[in-house]
Design a protein around this ligand. Structure first.
Ligand SMILES: NC(=O)c1ccc[n+]([C@@H]2O[C@H](COP(=O)([O-])OP(=O)(O)OC[C@H]3O[C@@H](n4cnc5c(N)ncnc54)[C@H](O)[C@@H]3O)[C@@H](O)[C@H]2O)c1
Length: 381
Protein backbone atom coordinates (compact mmCIF):
# COMPACT_ATOMS: atom_id res chain seq x y z
CA UNK A 1 0.00 0.00 0.00
CA UNK A 2 1.37 3.40 -0.97
CA UNK A 3 1.88 5.94 1.79
CA UNK A 4 1.73 9.63 1.13
CA UNK A 5 4.38 12.05 2.36
CA UNK A 6 3.01 15.59 2.38
CA UNK A 7 5.90 17.89 1.62
CA UNK A 8 6.43 21.60 2.28
CA UNK A 9 9.06 23.35 0.17
CA UNK A 10 10.73 26.41 1.72
CA UNK A 11 12.21 28.59 -1.03
CA UNK A 12 11.37 28.84 -4.72
CA UNK A 13 14.86 29.56 -6.07
CA UNK A 14 17.43 27.31 -7.71
CA UNK A 15 16.93 24.49 -5.21
CA UNK A 16 13.19 25.07 -4.91
CA UNK A 17 12.99 24.24 -8.62
CA UNK A 18 15.43 21.29 -8.47
CA UNK A 19 13.58 19.73 -5.53
CA UNK A 20 10.09 20.37 -6.95
CA UNK A 21 11.15 18.58 -10.10
CA UNK A 22 12.39 15.65 -7.98
CA UNK A 23 9.13 15.39 -6.01
CA UNK A 24 7.15 15.39 -9.25
CA UNK A 25 9.21 12.72 -10.97
CA UNK A 26 10.54 10.32 -8.36
CA UNK A 27 7.48 8.05 -8.17
CA UNK A 28 7.37 7.69 -11.94
CA UNK A 29 10.92 6.31 -12.16
CA UNK A 30 11.44 4.51 -8.83
CA UNK A 31 9.26 1.86 -7.23
CA UNK A 32 8.63 3.35 -3.80
CA UNK A 33 6.13 2.91 -1.02
CA UNK A 34 6.23 6.61 -0.08
CA UNK A 35 4.63 8.96 -2.60
CA UNK A 36 5.53 12.62 -2.13
CA UNK A 37 2.62 15.05 -2.34
CA UNK A 38 3.47 18.66 -3.24
CA UNK A 39 1.42 20.11 -0.39
CA UNK A 40 2.68 23.64 0.18
CA UNK A 41 5.37 25.97 -1.15
CA UNK A 42 6.61 28.81 1.01
CA UNK A 43 8.56 32.03 0.49
CA UNK A 44 8.07 35.60 1.65
CA UNK A 45 6.79 37.16 -1.59
CA UNK A 46 3.12 36.10 -2.07
CA UNK A 47 2.98 36.75 -5.81
CA UNK A 48 6.22 34.99 -6.63
CA UNK A 49 5.44 31.94 -4.51
CA UNK A 50 1.96 31.72 -6.05
CA UNK A 51 3.43 31.74 -9.54
CA UNK A 52 6.01 29.15 -8.53
CA UNK A 53 3.35 26.91 -6.95
CA UNK A 54 1.19 27.07 -10.07
CA UNK A 55 4.12 26.24 -12.31
CA UNK A 56 5.25 23.21 -10.31
CA UNK A 57 1.91 21.95 -9.05
CA UNK A 58 2.16 22.78 -5.34
CA UNK A 59 -1.34 22.60 -3.81
CA UNK A 60 -1.07 25.73 -1.65
CA UNK A 61 1.27 28.53 -0.57
CA UNK A 62 2.40 30.24 2.63
CA UNK A 63 4.56 33.32 3.19
CA UNK A 64 5.78 32.44 6.70
CA UNK A 65 7.66 29.16 7.23
CA UNK A 66 6.42 29.08 10.87
CA UNK A 67 2.86 28.57 9.62
CA UNK A 68 4.09 25.72 7.43
CA UNK A 69 5.75 24.00 10.35
CA UNK A 70 2.51 24.27 12.36
CA UNK A 71 0.35 22.75 9.63
CA UNK A 72 -1.05 19.35 10.54
CA UNK A 73 -1.31 18.32 6.89
CA UNK A 74 2.48 18.59 6.40
CA UNK A 75 4.75 15.58 7.09
CA UNK A 76 8.09 16.80 5.73
CA UNK A 77 9.80 20.18 5.59
CA UNK A 78 12.31 20.73 2.80
CA UNK A 79 14.65 23.64 3.58
CA UNK A 80 15.75 25.23 0.30
CA UNK A 81 16.29 28.74 1.62
CA UNK A 82 19.62 30.52 2.31
CA UNK A 83 22.06 29.12 4.87
CA UNK A 84 21.22 31.48 7.75
CA UNK A 85 17.63 30.14 7.81
CA UNK A 86 18.50 26.43 8.07
CA UNK A 87 19.00 26.26 11.84
CA UNK A 88 15.84 28.04 12.94
CA UNK A 89 13.59 26.20 10.50
CA UNK A 90 15.14 22.81 11.30
CA UNK A 91 14.83 23.30 15.07
CA UNK A 92 11.17 24.29 14.76
CA UNK A 93 10.44 21.47 12.32
CA UNK A 94 12.09 18.91 14.61
CA UNK A 95 10.09 20.19 17.60
CA UNK A 96 6.93 19.76 15.51
CA UNK A 97 7.90 16.16 14.70
CA UNK A 98 8.39 16.75 10.98
CA UNK A 99 10.68 14.84 8.66
CA UNK A 100 13.39 17.26 7.48
CA UNK A 101 15.34 17.51 4.26
CA UNK A 102 17.85 20.35 4.38
CA UNK A 103 20.04 21.90 1.73
CA UNK A 104 23.80 22.07 2.17
CA UNK A 105 25.76 23.42 3.88
CA UNK A 106 23.75 22.05 6.79
CA UNK A 107 24.42 25.21 8.80
CA UNK A 108 26.48 28.38 9.12
CA UNK A 109 29.03 26.55 11.31
CA UNK A 110 29.66 23.37 13.30
CA UNK A 111 28.02 24.69 16.49
CA UNK A 112 24.75 25.27 14.66
CA UNK A 113 25.00 21.97 12.78
CA UNK A 114 25.55 20.08 16.05
CA UNK A 115 22.54 21.75 17.65
CA UNK A 116 20.40 20.80 14.65
CA UNK A 117 21.66 17.21 14.73
CA UNK A 118 20.88 16.88 18.42
CA UNK A 119 17.42 18.31 17.82
CA UNK A 120 16.47 15.87 15.04
CA UNK A 121 17.86 12.91 16.97
CA UNK A 122 16.05 13.95 20.17
CA UNK A 123 12.82 14.31 18.21
CA UNK A 124 13.43 11.03 16.38
CA UNK A 125 12.56 12.54 13.01
CA UNK A 126 13.97 11.34 9.69
CA UNK A 127 16.53 13.78 8.28
CA UNK A 128 18.65 14.24 5.21
CA UNK A 129 21.12 16.73 3.71
CA UNK A 130 21.05 17.38 -0.04
CA UNK A 131 24.69 16.67 -0.89
CA UNK A 132 23.38 15.60 -4.27
CA UNK A 133 26.71 14.88 -5.98
CA UNK A 134 26.92 11.56 -4.14
CA UNK A 135 24.13 10.49 -6.50
CA UNK A 136 25.87 11.30 -9.78
CA UNK A 137 26.00 7.70 -11.04
CA UNK A 138 29.72 7.98 -11.89
CA UNK A 139 30.51 9.17 -8.33
CA UNK A 140 28.37 6.40 -6.83
CA UNK A 141 30.31 3.97 -9.04
CA UNK A 142 33.55 5.44 -7.66
CA UNK A 143 32.26 4.62 -4.16
CA UNK A 144 31.54 1.04 -5.29
CA UNK A 145 35.07 0.69 -6.69
CA UNK A 146 36.58 2.02 -3.44
CA UNK A 147 34.39 -0.30 -1.34
CA UNK A 148 35.44 -3.27 -3.49
CA UNK A 149 39.01 -2.56 -2.36
CA UNK A 150 40.30 -2.07 -5.89
CA UNK A 151 42.47 0.93 -5.00
CA UNK A 152 44.43 -0.73 -2.21
CA UNK A 153 46.18 1.68 0.09
CA UNK A 154 45.23 5.25 -0.85
CA UNK A 155 48.07 7.76 -1.16
CA UNK A 156 46.48 10.89 -2.61
CA UNK A 157 43.07 12.56 -2.82
CA UNK A 158 42.79 15.82 -4.76
CA UNK A 159 39.66 17.78 -5.49
CA UNK A 160 38.57 21.06 -7.03
CA UNK A 161 35.35 23.04 -7.34
CA UNK A 162 35.76 26.04 -9.62
CA UNK A 163 33.43 28.79 -10.86
CA UNK A 164 33.96 32.27 -12.34
CA UNK A 165 30.80 34.32 -11.75
CA UNK A 166 32.06 36.86 -9.17
CA UNK A 167 35.11 38.23 -10.99
CA UNK A 168 33.54 41.60 -11.91
CA UNK A 169 34.03 44.22 -9.15
CA UNK A 170 30.69 45.74 -10.24
CA UNK A 171 28.77 42.67 -9.07
CA UNK A 172 26.86 43.73 -5.96
CA UNK A 173 26.55 41.74 -2.75
CA UNK A 174 23.60 40.74 -0.58
CA UNK A 175 19.91 41.16 -1.35
CA UNK A 176 17.54 38.62 -2.80
CA UNK A 177 19.84 36.97 -5.32
CA UNK A 178 23.40 37.69 -4.15
CA UNK A 179 23.14 36.49 -0.55
CA UNK A 180 26.06 34.12 -1.24
CA UNK A 181 28.38 37.16 -1.01
CA UNK A 182 26.95 38.29 2.33
CA UNK A 183 28.66 36.55 5.26
CA UNK A 184 25.72 37.13 7.60
CA UNK A 185 23.49 35.08 5.30
CA UNK A 186 25.92 32.59 3.76
CA UNK A 187 28.20 31.99 6.76
CA UNK A 188 31.23 31.74 4.48
CA UNK A 189 32.07 32.03 0.80
CA UNK A 190 33.27 29.18 -1.37
CA UNK A 191 34.18 27.12 1.69
CA UNK A 192 30.56 26.48 2.69
CA UNK A 193 29.12 26.85 -0.79
CA UNK A 194 31.49 24.83 -2.97
CA UNK A 195 34.27 23.07 -1.11
CA UNK A 196 31.69 21.57 1.28
CA UNK A 197 30.46 19.47 -1.67
CA UNK A 198 34.03 18.32 -2.40
CA UNK A 199 34.60 17.52 1.27
CA UNK A 200 31.36 15.54 1.58
CA UNK A 201 32.34 13.46 -1.45
CA UNK A 202 35.89 13.01 -0.14
CA UNK A 203 34.83 11.84 3.32
CA UNK A 204 32.32 9.49 1.74
CA UNK A 205 34.95 8.00 -0.58
CA UNK A 206 38.10 8.20 1.53
CA UNK A 207 37.06 8.44 5.19
CA UNK A 208 37.55 11.07 7.89
CA UNK A 209 39.86 14.07 7.65
CA UNK A 210 41.99 14.54 10.75
CA UNK A 211 43.82 17.85 10.20
CA UNK A 212 43.96 20.71 7.72
CA UNK A 213 46.00 23.75 6.79
CA UNK A 214 44.12 26.26 4.69
CA UNK A 215 44.39 29.59 2.97
CA UNK A 216 41.60 31.88 1.77
CA UNK A 217 41.47 35.11 -0.19
CA UNK A 218 38.90 37.81 -0.84
CA UNK A 219 40.00 39.27 -4.18
CA UNK A 220 37.43 42.08 -4.35
CA UNK A 221 37.52 43.80 -0.99
CA UNK A 222 34.49 46.05 -1.36
CA UNK A 223 31.24 45.75 -3.34
CA UNK A 224 28.06 47.78 -3.77
CA UNK A 225 24.96 46.46 -2.01
CA UNK A 226 22.31 44.93 -4.25
CA UNK A 227 19.57 46.65 -2.27
CA UNK A 228 21.39 50.04 -2.10
CA UNK A 229 23.64 50.33 -5.19
CA UNK A 230 25.11 53.69 -4.11
CA UNK A 231 26.43 52.17 -0.89
CA UNK A 232 29.59 50.07 -0.71
CA UNK A 233 30.44 47.55 1.98
CA UNK A 234 33.50 45.43 2.77
CA UNK A 235 33.25 41.87 1.42
CA UNK A 236 33.64 39.41 4.27
CA UNK A 237 33.29 36.05 2.52
CA UNK A 238 36.16 33.99 1.08
CA UNK A 239 36.30 34.26 -2.72
CA UNK A 240 38.79 31.39 -2.92
CA UNK A 241 39.83 28.64 -0.53
CA UNK A 242 42.54 26.02 -0.74
CA UNK A 243 43.73 23.53 1.80
CA UNK A 244 45.97 20.56 2.42
CA UNK A 245 44.78 17.81 4.71
CA UNK A 246 45.49 14.42 6.19
CA UNK A 247 42.94 11.64 6.10
CA UNK A 248 42.67 9.10 8.92
CA UNK A 249 43.77 6.39 6.44
CA UNK A 250 47.13 8.16 6.06
CA UNK A 251 46.50 9.63 2.61
CA UNK A 252 47.27 13.25 1.71
CA UNK A 253 44.53 15.58 0.51
CA UNK A 254 44.65 18.69 -1.67
CA UNK A 255 41.52 20.83 -2.23
CA UNK A 256 40.94 23.99 -4.25
CA UNK A 257 37.83 26.10 -4.67
CA UNK A 258 37.21 29.52 -6.19
CA UNK A 259 34.73 31.75 -8.00
CA UNK A 260 37.63 33.34 -9.92
CA UNK A 261 38.63 30.58 -12.37
CA UNK A 262 37.78 32.33 -15.65
CA UNK A 263 36.00 29.89 -17.96
CA UNK A 264 35.16 27.40 -15.23
CA UNK A 265 31.40 27.52 -14.64
CA UNK A 266 30.91 24.59 -12.28
CA UNK A 267 34.02 22.44 -12.57
CA UNK A 268 33.76 19.92 -9.80
CA UNK A 269 36.03 16.92 -9.74
CA UNK A 270 38.48 14.69 -7.94
CA UNK A 271 41.21 12.11 -8.41
CA UNK A 272 42.20 9.34 -6.03
CA UNK A 273 45.53 7.56 -6.38
CA UNK A 274 45.86 4.18 -4.71
CA UNK A 275 48.45 1.45 -4.61
CA UNK A 276 46.71 -0.67 -7.27
CA UNK A 277 44.47 1.76 -9.12
CA UNK A 278 43.36 5.36 -9.57
CA UNK A 279 39.99 6.91 -10.28
CA UNK A 280 39.09 10.37 -11.55
CA UNK A 281 35.85 12.28 -12.14
CA UNK A 282 34.95 15.68 -13.56
CA UNK A 283 31.40 17.07 -13.63
CA UNK A 284 32.06 18.69 -17.02
CA UNK A 285 32.00 15.10 -18.35
CA UNK A 286 29.50 13.69 -15.85
CA UNK A 287 28.83 10.32 -17.43
CA UNK A 288 32.46 9.30 -17.43
CA UNK A 289 34.47 7.73 -14.66
CA UNK A 290 38.16 7.36 -15.42
CA UNK A 291 39.81 4.26 -14.01
CA UNK A 292 43.39 3.04 -14.21
CA UNK A 293 44.09 -0.49 -12.98
CA UNK A 294 47.70 -1.54 -12.42
CA UNK A 295 46.50 -5.19 -12.31
CA UNK A 296 45.71 -5.08 -16.04
CA UNK A 297 48.28 -6.84 -18.28
CA UNK A 298 51.06 -4.28 -18.69
CA UNK A 299 50.67 -4.02 -22.50
CA UNK A 300 47.00 -3.11 -22.03
CA UNK A 301 47.41 -0.66 -19.20
CA UNK A 302 45.89 2.76 -19.62
CA UNK A 303 43.10 4.98 -18.33
CA UNK A 304 39.67 3.54 -19.09
CA UNK A 305 36.87 5.99 -19.63
CA UNK A 306 33.82 4.15 -18.30
CA UNK A 307 30.58 5.45 -19.80
CA UNK A 308 28.42 5.13 -16.71
CA UNK A 309 25.11 4.53 -18.47
CA UNK A 310 24.61 0.76 -18.30
CA UNK A 311 21.90 -1.11 -16.41
CA UNK A 312 24.66 -2.46 -14.13
CA UNK A 313 25.64 1.08 -13.12
CA UNK A 314 24.16 2.89 -10.11
CA UNK A 315 20.64 4.31 -10.69
CA UNK A 316 20.77 3.84 -14.46
CA UNK A 317 18.31 0.95 -14.69
CA UNK A 318 15.68 3.40 -13.39
CA UNK A 319 16.20 5.69 -16.36
CA UNK A 320 16.55 5.03 -20.08
CA UNK A 321 18.44 2.44 -22.11
CA UNK A 322 22.22 1.85 -21.92
CA UNK A 323 24.25 4.51 -23.66
CA UNK A 324 21.69 7.25 -23.09
CA UNK A 325 22.37 9.82 -20.41
CA UNK A 326 20.77 11.65 -17.51
CA UNK A 327 21.44 15.14 -16.17
CA UNK A 328 22.04 17.39 -13.17
CA UNK A 329 18.39 17.27 -12.10
CA UNK A 330 18.54 13.49 -11.83
CA UNK A 331 21.05 13.71 -8.97
CA UNK A 332 18.23 15.22 -6.89
CA UNK A 333 15.72 12.60 -8.04
CA UNK A 334 18.19 9.79 -7.24
CA UNK A 335 18.83 11.37 -3.82
CA UNK A 336 15.12 11.64 -3.08
CA UNK A 337 14.53 8.05 -4.19
CA UNK A 338 17.17 6.83 -1.73
CA UNK A 339 15.75 9.00 1.03
CA UNK A 340 12.22 7.63 0.48
CA UNK A 341 13.55 4.07 0.29
CA UNK A 342 15.24 4.75 3.64
CA UNK A 343 11.90 5.75 5.16
CA UNK A 344 10.41 2.54 3.81
CA UNK A 345 13.14 0.18 5.02
CA UNK A 346 14.03 1.95 8.26
CA UNK A 347 17.67 2.20 7.18
CA UNK A 348 18.19 5.94 6.64
CA UNK A 349 19.87 7.06 3.44
CA UNK A 350 22.87 9.31 4.00
CA UNK A 351 23.94 11.91 4.41
CA UNK A 352 21.83 12.41 7.50
CA UNK A 353 22.46 15.52 9.60
CA UNK A 354 24.94 13.47 11.64
CA UNK A 355 26.72 12.30 8.49
CA UNK A 356 27.08 15.95 7.44
CA UNK A 357 28.78 17.02 10.69
CA UNK A 358 32.33 15.96 9.70
CA UNK A 359 32.07 18.11 6.56
CA UNK A 360 31.01 21.08 8.64
CA UNK A 361 33.90 20.37 11.04
CA UNK A 362 36.40 20.33 8.16
CA UNK A 363 35.04 23.61 6.73
CA UNK A 364 35.27 25.29 10.16
CA UNK A 365 38.83 23.97 10.67
CA UNK A 366 39.90 25.23 7.23
CA UNK A 367 38.60 28.73 7.96
CA UNK A 368 40.21 28.70 11.44
CA UNK A 369 43.49 27.53 9.95
CA UNK A 370 43.43 30.29 7.33
CA UNK A 371 42.91 32.84 10.08
CA UNK A 372 45.74 31.68 12.35
CA UNK A 373 48.07 30.49 9.56
CA UNK A 374 48.65 27.06 11.11
CA UNK A 375 47.55 23.44 10.86
CA UNK A 376 44.30 22.78 12.75
CA UNK A 377 43.02 19.49 14.07
CA UNK A 378 39.51 18.73 12.82
CA UNK A 379 37.06 18.37 15.72
CA UNK A 380 36.04 14.67 15.76
CA UNK A 381 32.25 14.42 15.42
N1 LIG B 1 22.86 20.90 -3.44
C1 LIG B 1 23.33 21.82 -4.26
O1 LIG B 1 24.06 21.54 -5.18
C2 LIG B 1 22.94 23.27 -4.07
C3 LIG B 1 22.95 24.14 -5.16
C4 LIG B 1 22.53 25.46 -4.95
C5 LIG B 1 22.15 25.87 -3.68
N2 LIG B 1 22.19 24.98 -2.65
C6 LIG B 1 21.76 25.41 -1.29
O2 LIG B 1 20.34 25.61 -1.30
C7 LIG B 1 19.98 26.71 -0.48
C8 LIG B 1 19.22 27.74 -1.34
O3 LIG B 1 20.06 28.13 -2.40
P1 LIG B 1 19.42 28.60 -3.81
O4 LIG B 1 20.54 28.62 -4.79
O5 LIG B 1 18.21 27.83 -4.12
O6 LIG B 1 19.05 30.09 -3.42
P2 LIG B 1 18.05 31.07 -4.19
O7 LIG B 1 18.50 32.44 -3.82
O8 LIG B 1 17.93 30.69 -5.62
O9 LIG B 1 16.65 30.77 -3.48
C9 LIG B 1 16.45 30.99 -2.11
C10 LIG B 1 14.98 30.97 -1.83
O10 LIG B 1 14.78 31.09 -0.43
C11 LIG B 1 13.72 32.02 -0.21
N3 LIG B 1 13.86 32.56 1.14
C12 LIG B 1 14.82 33.35 1.64
N4 LIG B 1 14.59 33.62 2.93
C13 LIG B 1 13.45 32.99 3.27
C14 LIG B 1 12.66 32.90 4.44
N5 LIG B 1 13.01 33.51 5.57
N6 LIG B 1 11.51 32.16 4.41
C15 LIG B 1 11.13 31.51 3.29
N7 LIG B 1 11.84 31.57 2.13
C16 LIG B 1 12.97 32.30 2.12
C17 LIG B 1 13.89 33.04 -1.31
O11 LIG B 1 12.71 33.77 -1.52
C18 LIG B 1 14.21 32.13 -2.49
O12 LIG B 1 13.02 31.61 -3.03
C19 LIG B 1 21.29 27.24 0.11
O13 LIG B 1 21.48 26.68 1.37
C20 LIG B 1 22.35 26.74 -0.86
O14 LIG B 1 23.62 26.57 -0.28
C21 LIG B 1 22.56 23.71 -2.83
Amino acid sequence: MAKTLNVAMIGYGFMGRAHSNAYRQVSQFFDLKYLPVLKVACARDPEKIQKFAENWGWESTETDWRKVVERKDVDAIDIGSPNNTHREIALAAAAAGKTILCEKPLAMNLAEASEMTEAVERAGVANFVWFNYRRVPAITLAKQIVDEGRLGRVFHYRAYYLQDWTISPDLPQGGQTLWRLDKDVAGSGVTGDLISHAVDTAIWLNGPVTKVVGDVETFIKERPLQDAPDEKKAVEIDDACQFLCRFANGSLGLFESTRYARGRKNKNGFEINGEHASIAFDLEDPHRLLFFDHNDPSHLQGWRSIHVTGFEHPYMKNWWVPGTTIGYEHTFINSLADFLKGLETGTPAGPTFRDALPTQAVCDAVLDSAEVGQWQMVVPV
